[in-house]
Design a protein around this ligand. Structure first.
Ligand code: ATP
Length: 462
């Protein structure tokens, strides 16, 4: 089946709305750019992805602990980290229709290297050189302002009661700052030995210049970050291990390996030793899914001098005190969510009709099993189906019950949300004690399974 990349994107966006994965925020008020709501299926998938990450990054390991730090923090943190000055993206505005563009990304789309770390002067030069190739995405005219760097930290007036909001606090622009500033608390309360990590999942906010590409670039999103503290000499060895570990963790979600690749950062910030992104092949091409960075001792050094508190580790044997180095893994929940949907989205032919299905790995599917009575108007079938639903629901979650419409339609609905197994109760189940039929989402094949074996049969496959 041939389809262009816009079609694929539209199909996924439409499925997300139709089946309750993702809704545009504030839709009845005309929407609110850069923000989305996760519906009943979306929240299940999202939670499964976060649980998977937590399992891999915290529970499976003896050397990482979790944290849930606050969204609001002292504004001094964002000064010390450099965000109030440097957390900015290059922006130009169309003089005809006021549409804003993020200039580094627009240049990248033309195959020209540019990034947010470039100075205003550098990026203006590149923009001028290539202006003839750049059109406003909205009105298609070519009349732009000069490029200026726009700070993407989101300001609030929390704790500031002046009209002018002259001392703003910020909604955190990344979750890792909460980890750095709790380094000493974790050290003093848990006494971990180097190397060790602190992991956190939580909301982050950025005033993205052009929030686009569905869930890829949001203004409110969730991050999953793990900061791993090492001895200076061990930094690069641990970095390599973390890269390998994250690759394995992402593959274990069922993502196809050919849709992933490594991308090395050519333009490093001055303190970074090395940085790679894991990129996913989104409908518009390969783009960042998560970053893995070797950050040296920059973050703890900055917060040490910003706060005046010593953020050091003391070696028990040598008594030597030093600032640990950090290797980090930093990914976004919604980007992973989107990548998973792109990877799982399939169309095939079944029963002479095109069907849409999400080939999600059973462990991350929003619904694990759907239970159907063959007919809605036969109480004996409905009662038996409810009994089996109750039995399954005790052992496997979540399970859904559906008696609406013909079986074919019920299968299609479950295929579209990626439910790996549908269990049907028919007359043979009750009259001949012949078990139930279990239908496999990907192959459409049906198998008779005795009721007594049903839980273990399904558990072994989920
Ligand atoms: P980009 O270059 O795409 O703006 P970034 O390099 O600034 O991203 P980081 O600051 O390294 O991103 O953030 C780490 C991860 O957080 C990213 O790999 C991505 O998965 C996620 N992320 C960052 N910004 C957004 C956003 N606006 N919407 C959704 N996820 C995001």
């Amino acid at each position: 089946m041939t389809e262009n990349k816009n079609d694929r994107m539209e199909k996924i966006v439409s499925l997300c709305k139709r089946r309750g994965f993702v809704y545009p925020s504030s839709e009845i008020y005309g929407g609110f750019a850069g923000v989305y709501d996760f519906g009943p299926m979306g929240v299940e998938l999202e939670n499964n992805l976060k649980t998977h990450w937590w399992k891999w990054m915290v529970h499976k390991r003896q050397d990482v602990v979790g944290l849930d730090s606050s969204i609001f923090m002292s504004p001094q943190i964002w000064e010390a980290s450099g965000h109030t000055k440097g957390f900015s993206d290059p922006m130009a505005e169309c003089k005809e229709c006021n549409t804003r563009i993020r200039v580094d990304k627009v240049l990248n789309d033309l195959g020209i290297f540019a990034d947010e770390k470039m100075s205003e002067e550098e990026i203006n030069k590149l923009f001028d050189e290539n202006k003839s190739k750049i059109k406003c995405p909205n009105c298609k005219k070519q009349n732009f302002t000069k490029v200026r760097k726009f700070n993407v930290l989101v300001k609030s007036n929390l704790g500031d009661f002046t009209e002018s909001n002259s001392s703003p606090s910020y909604l955190r622009g990344e979750t890792c700052q909460g980890i750095y500033v709790n380094f000493k608390n974790v050290l003093d309360s848990q006494h971990p030995k180097l190397p060790f990590g602190i992991a956190q999942i939580g909301k982050a906010f950025r005033n993205e210049i052009s929030a686009r590409q569905f869930l890829f670039r949001l203004r409110e999103f969730e991050q999953m970050e793990m900061e791993y503290f090492t001895r200076p000499k061990d930094e690069m060895g641990e970095y390599e291990k973390l890269k390998e570990y994250r690759w394995k963790a992402i593959l274990s979600l069922g993502i196809k390996e050919e849709n992933l690749r490594w991308k090395k950062h050519d333009n490093l910030v001055f303190y970074a030793k090395e940085a790679y992104d894991i990129e996913y092949n989104f409908p518009w091409g390969f783009d960042e899914l998560e970053g893995i960075h070797a950050r040296g001792n920059y973050d703890l050094t900055q917060h040490s001098s910003g706060s005046g508190k010593e953020l050091v580790y003391q070696d028990e044997e040598t008594n030597e005190k030093f600032i640990p180095h950090i290797v980090e893994s930093s990914g976004g929940v919604s980007r992973l969510f989107f990548a998973i949907l792109c990877d799982a989205y399939h169309e095939d032919e079944m029963g002479g009709e095109t069907r849409i299905l999400l080939k999600l790995k059973p462990s991350i599917a929003p619904i694990k099993v759907a239970v159907f009575p063959l007919l809605k108007n036969k109480p004996e079938l409905v009662n038996k189906a409810k009994e089996i639903f109750g039995l399954l629901n005790e052992e496997i979650q979540p399970v859904t019950f559906d008696d609406n419409g013909n079986i074919g339609k019920r299968y299609r609905r479950q295929d579209e949300i990626g439910t790996p197994f549908c269990v049907t109760i028919d007359f043979e189940t009750i009259e001949k004690d012949a078990g139930v039929t279990v239908r496999n989402r990907d192959t459409g094949e049906q198998e008779r399974v005795p009721v007594i074996e049903l839980v273990s049969y399904l558990k072994s496959k989920i």
